[in-house]
Design a protein around this ligand. Structure first.
Ligand code: GTP
Ligand code: MG
Length: 442
């Protein structure tokens, strides 16, 4: 899978091997190569451009880590961006309903029927579900038969009405049947067409409207590259599906679909199919897929460790300042910026000793930070490093400058003082106070 892309990326990193530091000049050639590799892997050109732009920005903004080489750092950045490109987080399938209803969609031969079987098999064995499969492909008698064969193979019942030509009714009847028989999962397999056509779209949209599925999944053959992305877009415009299934990833796909779909339709890839057998299904993990594409897991973890170490050095520096009671508003705002970079503010703020506690009464959202930042930025350098000089008139000036009130300024200064006190107490109580939480740069 993706061998060619892996090789090409590998080669592009070699360009940086001899360099001491990432600069605009020496990174340009590498990025050009990365971009070409992506385009050759059939990645959408806009996606490829955006990708290399982001990588460049991140590479130039990186802290200099003495323990890793620029080429290694590039590997890590490209790895993380590949994962982000493919959606970042692993996307779960929604099985809330009872029965949960899943609707399959996709072109002819994309692998809908096969995947219907695979998914039922997986949810049955791993989640203890009791699935009912529905043959709503009414055009080919062989299609109904195919689903029955698969059902038999995995020991899952199949609902079909060979005489009925109305897929909407069949699907509705199947859901009724599931309710009476106690099946908690209904997967509806539908008919595909050779190309997008209006009739097929109307039919699948009508089924969706009638059965109100918890999940509408779009199945696409990964080997079709750019076409896969275009088809996904058209289906998404009509169906607003919840997730993508990439099949035939075991073939000699160049990877373009896997890498572009998320950006183009903004829907996650949820599963991949890697063979014709019923167990050839995998949950899609963007980060692991990035590992596989780059095939450089060791370098990625090496850089991660170095970054952690860097964070520790930064933490030690802070710790020294705290001990000497020199923790100032510059450090305070530095911490806030770190938190903001990491996202999920509420959770993260609580991880920072002192700061989390001092902020516990504030509703932590971006606005809360905006005011704090505005206030601190309205201070002079002298005031930031030496908060003791913040008398009444200075506070009034700061409130005006930051568009806040004196009360807000007072409150922040009070919180800052408390934070400082608390931090000192903690360092005094535990001379070997551990590092502050990891501030990973992403
Ligand atoms: N190698 C490989 N083959 C697959 C995979 N998924 C499906 N296939 C094969 O692709 C062919 C088409 O799969 P189907 O599941 O029948 O596709 P479909 O979307 O239901 O097709 P229609 O019902 O005609 O619309 C079959 O020969 C499958 O065995 C996969 O992940 N890997
Ligand atoms: Mg089928």
């Amino acid at each position: 899978m993706f061998e060619n892309l892996s090789e090409r990326l590998d080669r592009s990193f070699k360009l940086l091997k001899g360099e001491g530091k990432i600069t605009e000049i020496n990174v340009a050639e590498t990025l050009k190569d990365v971009r070409r590799a992506l385009l050759d892997a059939d990645v959408n050109y806009k996606v490829a451009k955006q990708f290399t732009d982001t990588v460049k920005e991140k590479a130039l903004g990186q802290n200099v880590l003495t323990s890793v080489k620029p080429s290694q750092l590039m590997v890590k950045i490209v790895h993380d961006e590949l994962a982000t490109l493919m959606g970042g987080e692993t996307a779960e399938i929604n099985l809330q309903g009872n029965p949960s209803i899943i609707l399959m969609s996709g072109l002819q031969g994309s692998g809908k029927t096969t995947f219907t079987g695979k998914l039922a098999n997986m949810l049955k064995t791993k989640k203890g579900k009791k699935p009912l499969l529905v043959a709503a492909d009414v055009y080919r008698p062989a299609a109904i038969q195919q689903l029955h064969v698969l059902g038999e193979q995995i020991g899952v019942p199949v609902y079909s009405e060979p005489e009925n030509k109305n897929p909407v009714d069949i699907a509705l009847n199947a859901i009724k049947e599931a309710k009476t028989k106690g099946n908690d999962l209904v997967i509806v397999d539908t008919a595909g067409r050779l190309a997008i056509d209006e009739q097929m779209m109307q039919e699948i949209a009508a089924i969706k409207k009638a059965i109100q599925p918890d999940e509408t999944l779009f199945v696409v053959d990964a080997m079709t590259g750019q076409d896969a992305v275009n088809t996904a877009k058209e289906f998404n415009d009509r169906l607003d599906f919840n997730g993508v299934i990439l099949t035939k990833l075991d073939g000699d796909t160049r990877g373009g679909a896997a890498l572009s779909i998320r950006t183009v339709v903004d829907k996650p890839i949820k599963f991949v199919g890697t063979g014709e057998k019923m167990d050839a299904i995998d949950v899609f993990h963007p980060s692991r897929m990035a590992d596989r594409i780059l095939g450089m897991g060791d370098i990625v973890s090496l850089v991660e460790r170095a970054q952690e170490q860097y964070d520790e050095e930064e933490a030690k520096r802070l710790q020294k300042k705290i001990a000497k009671n020199q923790f100032d508003f510059n450090d305070f705002i530095g911490q806030i910026q770190q938190i903001k970079k990491m996202g999920n503010l509420k959770e993260l703020a609580s991880m920072i000793p002192g700061v989390g506690k001092a902020m516990k009464d504030i509703d932590i959202d971006d606005n809360a930070f905006k005011n704090i930042e505005a206030i601190i930025y309205s201070m002079t350098q002298a005031e930031r490093t030496n908060p003791e000089i913040l008398n009444g008139s200075r506070r009034q000036r700061i409130a005006k400058g930051s568009g806040t009130t004196v009360q807000e300024v007072n409150k922040l200064i009070k919180q800052f003082d408390e934070t400082r006190k608390m931090m000192r107490m903690m360092t005094a109580a535990k001379p070997g106070m551990k590092k502050l939480p990891n501030m990973k740069r992403r």
